[in-house]
Design a protein around this ligand. Structure first.
Ligand code: SAM
Length: 339
């Protein structure tokens, strides 16, 4: 099995299919305009499928489509079908903001998408509007409802918790998750990509979230799980399960088997990495399958990234990159490399 310097396998690939998004969340894409990836550099579905096939040879069996907003990519169901056809992926998932989900859910499911994660930071339409600078909260809820109507299992609801913004909604979101049969996962606010106004005092730690929920629901049981999933899962007394992704205060680099492919084919081995390997360029230069395998193998074997853990050791923590740098290199953006 292919493993990196810390013996971490290559198993999990997140593919950003576009750097465009139809929301402008203050912690991710606070600007209205960006330096977008040149259209001609965006990988075709055929190119993505070719890369996934090689990654599958090397051990990747979990793929998540993300972005930007992946549902902005035309005919995404066609890519899903192409990726699923060989039957090599144990898990083929999608992370979406849900705005376009109601109209695409049925086609995506029919194409073979295993499960959907919807990002939803608030249940309040007015708050959503402030947070995302768009008035499409109702459409997100319709998207989530559409998943339920299809009887599609595996729904997750991801919420970035930010102090003074939505940290008073934890219990409401748990209740909502129960109603829509989705597992809620609370994400600690991270100092990555477009989070140019991030500060530590806005981070609500996992410990704090659990304390809040314990006051409301009583004792919370931690679910012991092996593996590399970033969420630590918990169970309330009534059986409701939820997760917390504590990449800021309790990162999980030692178990990280994930890497990221941008929409133009740059391969990043860590969310915090500032440099990636240009697989898109290699593909377009006519690289052979064997050479691609060699390139990916050699790159992964040298992987020593522990980005989130290293951030934890900083005495003074500021956003990873400043707005000027982001404008110069869009690959540093969360919306380019996929969250
Ligand atoms: N547009 C899709 C969506 O909204 O789910 C996929 C891309 S988005 C970049 C993926 C995830 O990254 C979302 O759940 C988003 O909330 C999360 N994210 C973005 N910036 C973040 C930050 N600074 N800290 C924590 N999570 C963040």
């Amino acid at each position: 099995m292919l493993a990196d310097i810390f013996d971490r396998p290559l198993r999990n690939l997140r593919i950003s299919v576009t750097d465009r998004c139809n929301l402008r969340c203050g912690y991710c894409m606070p600007e209205e305009e960006y330096v977008w990836l040149p259209r001609e550099d965006i990988l075709s579905f055929e190119e993505i499928a070719r890369l996934v096939d090689v990654f599958a040879d090397l051990g990747v069996d979990k793929v998540r489509l993300t972005g930007g907003e992946p549902l902005l990519r035309k005919d995404l169901d066609r890519l899903v079908r192409m990726l699923g056809v060989a039957g090599r992926l144990r898990d083929l998932a999608l992370t979406t903001n849900g705005v376009l989900l109601a109209e695409q859910a049925s086609a995506l499911r029919a194409a073979g998408l295993h499960r959907v994660t919807v990002s939803l930071d608030t249940l309040r339409p007015d708050r959503f509007k402030v947070l995302t600078r768009r008035d499409t909260h109702a459409r997100v809820l319709e998207g989530i409802a559409a998943v339920g109507q299809l009887g599609w299992p595996g729904l997750k609801i991801d919420t970035v918790v930010i102090r003074g913004v939505n940290d008073d909604e934890l219990a409401d979101l748990i209740e909502y998750g129960r109603n829509v049969d989705g597992e809620v996962r609370f994400i600690e606010y991270m100092d990555v990509g477009g989070a140019t106004t991030w500060s530590m005092d806005q981070v609500v730690s996992r410990r704090e979230m659990l304390a809040v929920l314990e006051r409301r629901y009583g004792p919370i049981e931690s679910i012991a799980e092996a593996g590399s999933a970033p969420a630590d899962r918990f169970r309330l007394a009534d059986g409701t399960i939820f997760g917390v992704i504590s990449s800021t205060t309790q990162p999980f680099c030692r178990a990280c088997d994930r890497s990221r492919l941008t929409a133009d084919g740059k391969w990043y081995l860590c969310l915090y990495a500032t440099r990636g390997t240009d697989l898109g360029k290699a593909l377009r230069a006519g690289v052979s399958r064997e050479d691609l395998i060699r390139l990916i193998t050699a790159t992964w074997r040298q992987r020593s990234d522990r980005g989130a853990e290293q951030r934890l050791t900083l005495a003074q923590r500021r956003p990873l990159v400043q707005i000027g740098e982001l404008k110069r290199d869009p690959h540093l953006e969360m919306h380019t490399r996929g969250g």
